[in-house]
Design a protein around this ligand. Structure first.
Ligand code: AHR
Length: 639
């Protein structure tokens, strides 16, 4: 694309003096190699009902005291009676609930149907499914995808019954729809002929259906969302992120060992985000997610504290520290170790590498700081460091003095102006204690107060908020203390969410996934990685132009990243790099949007305008260009 002349020509307009920036050839600092990443958290149905590609909602009737087991998302076919049961011989101790489907008198076909995660995407592709059934049945099951709107059947698999009276038997099938459905208002159903059962009823559990997944992994991840993340160019994944790690109460914490192995052995749990999770997207799946995107895992281990403010006392914390060590052994230990052997048993003999571990989440909040400072962080830190001296350990806060080499995690949810005023925020930190920006997002409009009682902030990232985040991120990149940055929460299912805005938003239709205005900035910054910063000198102070310069030593290019926030006119820039001569060429990429409130919405056009132009350094090697108000730009020299 060609930039409009207004944007690229040297600024000659009267009264607009150029911002002269000269970049030295040495004297900067090495940067972290994981600068931009992703945060995982079971919130907003971004795991279950989102990235985790399972299409059946409430597939195993999981629930507990907080979110009781129910028949949510299920309806009967014909006039069957569906009843939730806790049988004396359940499918497994982890999945004690099941559904009994009893035919109405005289029915020749009966069954149950699921509406998916507020819709099911049906297209000409292979779906892989399975279900467990108990009860004597000598007939055929029909597994079908159908339109609710028209009643049309897109695909049916005939599955010969292996079902027996007293045991649970798994049945598998595939479905290949003949055509794409015109919308996601579809169901998945299983039916049977009750005349060939003992009493007209059968029990079902763990009913599952997957579309093709990323890298065709079984129990895998949704392709469109993985593609959006891959395209962003992330370098790390922090998991299991946020409050969901902590749990509402101490017993409700996230337990790594309940998220591994066969699905029938995963009980699921009450998330801190108002719904039950299946744990189908568990620890192994997180690591596969990292493998598939080639990103570093930042493994968050539970830190002995729950959101209700309860902390495990010092005298009782030992077993929980050991649990974190066991988790790390599960991930990284050889198959000769107890937990390495467990990993092999669940299908992963090869150990993974873990370089970063974070202890807890936001331990500065809800009254957690005192115990975190006095013993919790230290106990986890010392034990992990002793066994894994090369792991970079992170505290979940920066509000404390950290041991040598330990890092901290800083979260910022705020209005755009406050992101900009924190441009220099990172100057206070030293690389001896690196800082992860583990969660950041502009959440409310300028002039508003953040209301923590209602985390339904702006629905989507909006352009001025994204530009403000860019200013803050540039400020952070200038610091040798920055480890990495991620938007949070990262994703939401627009049909059922607890916290907006997010970096990606989606619904059941993968063609409608929205890459947010902020996504574009992460994409631009991450793909233009500065390996060493370089000092700059300028005629004017930062603001409204904020920038950083440096080198990408892998390509020997010079890089300049900039954002313009609240300028009354285009900002003319005269940029020179020490050692870059007249006639050298560079690529200038400028992101803009129609207005400050532009949002990329699910199912709508992407509003971010990306203009790319080759420019040439003029006399004395100066690159001259203009940047409009509310723009984010990267200039990268060709060598
Ligand atoms: O990402 C949403 C929430 O924000 C996280 O759970 C928590 O860590 C933070 O308060």
């Amino acid at each position: 694309m060609v930039l409009p002349k207004l944007l690229l020509l040297p600024l000659l307009a009267a009264g607009s003096a150029a911002v002269d920036i000269s970049v030295s050839s040495s004297g900067g600092n090495k940067t972290s190699n994981i600068q931009y990443g992703i945060m995982e958290e079971e919130i907003n149905h971004c795991g279950d009902g989102g990235l985790y590609a399972e299409l059946i909602r409430n597939r195993a009737f999981q629930g507990g005291s907080e979110f009781p087991s129910s028949l949510d998302a299920w309806t009967s076919v014909n006039d069957a009676t569906l009843s939730l049961k806790q049988l004396s011989n359940p499918l497994s101790s982890a999945l004690p609930n099941s559904v009994n489907v009893k035919a109405a008198k005289g029915d020749k076909e009966t069954g149950l149907a699921n509406e998916g995660w507020w819709g099911i995407d049906v297209r000409r592709q292979k779906y892989t499914g399975s279900f467990y059934v108990k009860g004597s049945y000598k007939g055929v099951f029909k597994a079908s995808l159908k339109s609710i709107t028209s009643g049309e059947t897109f695909a049916t698999a005939h599955v010969d019954s292996k079902s027996v009276e007293d045991d649970w038997v798994q049945h598998r099938f595939t479905l290949m729809p003949r055509k794409d459905a015109s919308n996601t208002n579809n169901t998945f159903s299983i039916t049977f002929d009750p005349r060939h059962t003992k009493d007209g009823s059968l029990d079902f559990n763990l009913i599952s259906l997957f579309p093709p997944t990323w890298n065709d992994r079984p129990n895998g991840l949704r392709r469109d969302l993985m593609q959006a993340m891959k395209d962003m160019g992330p370098k790390f994944l922090r998991f299991p992120g946020g409050n969901n790690l902590e749990g509402q109460t101490l017993p409700g914490r996230w337990k790594w060992n309940e998220t591994i192995g066969p699905l029938k052995d995963r009980p699921g749990r009450a998330t801190t985000w108002k719904y039950q999770e299946t744990s189908g997207l568990g620890l192994v799946e997180y690591m596969e997610w990292c493998e598939d995107l080639e990103v570093e895992p930042i493994v968050a281990v539970w830190g002995g504290f729950a959101l209700n403010g309860d902390a495990i006392p010092e005298s009782e914390l030992g077993p929980y520290v050991q649990d974190a060590l066991d988790e790390l052994e599960f991930l990284t230990g050889s198959v000769d170790t107890k937990f390495g052997a467990l990993r092999a048993k669940v299908g992963h003999p090869e150990p993974w590498k873990v370089k970063y571990v974070e202890v807890g989440n936001e331990d500065n909040l809800n009254g957690g700081l005192e115990s975190y400072k006095s013993y919790r962080f230290r106990m986890f830190h010392d034990a992990i460091k002793e066994k894994y001296p090369d792991i970079q350990i992170l505290a979940s806060t920066v509000d404390m003095t950290l041991p040598e080499k330990a890092g901290g995690d800083y979260h910022l949810y705020d209005i755009p102006d406050n992101f900009v005023s924190k441009f220099n925020f990172f100057d206070q930190y030293s690389p001896d204690n690196p800082v992860l920006l583990g969660e950041i997002a502009a959440t409310q409009f300028n002039g508003e107060d953040i209301n923590w009682d209602d985390t339904d902030f702006a629905l989507y990232p909006w352009w001025i908020g994204s530009v403000a985040e860019a200013v803050f991120m540039i400020g952070a990149e200038r610091s040798p203390a920055l480890l990495g940055t991620t938007y949070a929460p990262f994703m939401m299912n627009l049909d059922n969410y607890q916290w907006s805005p997010t970096n990606l938003a989606f619904n059941a239709d993968p063609s409608k996934t929205a890459r947010s205005t902020s996504w574009h900035i992460y994409e631009l910054f991450s793909h233009n990685h500065i390996t060493t910063t370089l000092p700059t000198k300028s005629s004017v102070d930062f603001g409204p132009l904020y920038y950083i310069a440096g080198k990408d030593e892998d390509t020997n290019s010079h890089i300049f990243k900039a954002a313009v926030y609240n300028s009354t006119a285009e900002v003319p820039v005269s940029l020179s790099f020490d050692g870059v001569k007249s006639g050298s060429t560079a690529q200038l990429t400028v992101l803009t949007a129609p207005d400050a409130y532009s949002m990329n919405e699910v199912g709508q056009r992407d509003l971010v305008d990306r203009r790319v132009e080759q420019i040439t350094a003029g006399e004395k090697g100066v690159f001259e260009f203009e940047l409009p108000d509310l723009s984010v730009a990267v200039l990268k020299t060709d060598s």
